[in-house]
Write a protein that binds this ligand. Structure first.
Ligand code: DC
Length: 211
């Protein structure tokens, strides 16, 4: 079974994808991490993330980079969003994601274009969304927990800018795939979001929910 989980930043898609993978015993790929690694590698190379050739050259990043905790930062997310607009970068990362999606037994992938480009044949497509305010508040709380003090307004602006870039890029823009189940997590906590996603998967696959 292939489960595609798409949605904007801080919508809860990563948490949901991980929980679904655990529940169904499937491998999980956070595809945003690949774009984050490309963004970090461009900087390491002394290149410009907005330059298509520099970004393409950075697709050769070493696999060890994927374990760098710095990739989880807001800054890395912004760089990832910038390199992800280049069609060459998307092409270079396509095969790796496609192979993961089509491995025997299935997989869960989360990102922006899993249901539209990487695995349009996915058995279940979820589009996880939430208001900018709700997403900014989550990020802010997460950062407070890590003792990083950033004004909420700045996070809101950064998230809105990232949405604009991801939605308006020409190649594989962020949008719900046809037939995707749209789940708005604005008013849901983590457990409620996971439960709602699980219910949507069970409904889509015709399985009855676990007792
Ligand atoms: O999911 P994330 O926040 O880690 O993603 C970081 C950026 O990477 C996101 O703003 C756009 C890009 N991305 C993408 O274009 N396609 C994907 N499948 C995943 C991420």
């Amino acid at each position: 079974m292939i489960i595609a989980v798409d949605g904007p930043t801080a919508s809860g898609k990563g948490t949901i994808a991980k929980a679904l993978a655990r529940h169904f015993g499937l491998p999980h790929l956070d595809t945003g991490l690949l774009y984050r690694a490309v963004g970090a590698q461009v900087v390491a190379n002394g290149g410009n993330p907005d330059d298509p050739a520099d970004a393409l050259a950075a697709c050769d990043f070493p696999d060890g980079l994927l374990d760098d905790p710095e990739l989880r930062s807001e800054h890395s997310g912004g760089l990832a969003s910038r390199v992800s607009i280049h069609p060459g970068v998307r092409q270079a990362l396509f095969e790796r994601q496609r192979e993961f999606a089509t491995q025997p037994g299935g997989a869960v992938l989360d990102g922006r274009d899993i249901g539209t480009v990487i695995a349009p044949e996915a058995d279940v497509k979820l589009f996880i969304t939430a208001s900018v305010q709700a997403r900014a508040m989550r990020r802010w709380l997460e950062m407070q927990g890590r003792e990083i003090d950033i004004p909420l307004m700045d996070i809101e602006k950064e998230i809105a800018a990232r949405d604009m870039r991801d939605i308006n890029r020409a190649d594989a823009p962020l949008r719900a795939a046809e037939g995707a189940h749209v789940l708005d997590t604005s008013k849901l906590d983590k457990d409620q979001s996971i439960a709602a996603a699980l219910e949507a998967v069970n409904a889509a696959t015709g399985q009855s929910p676990c007792p």
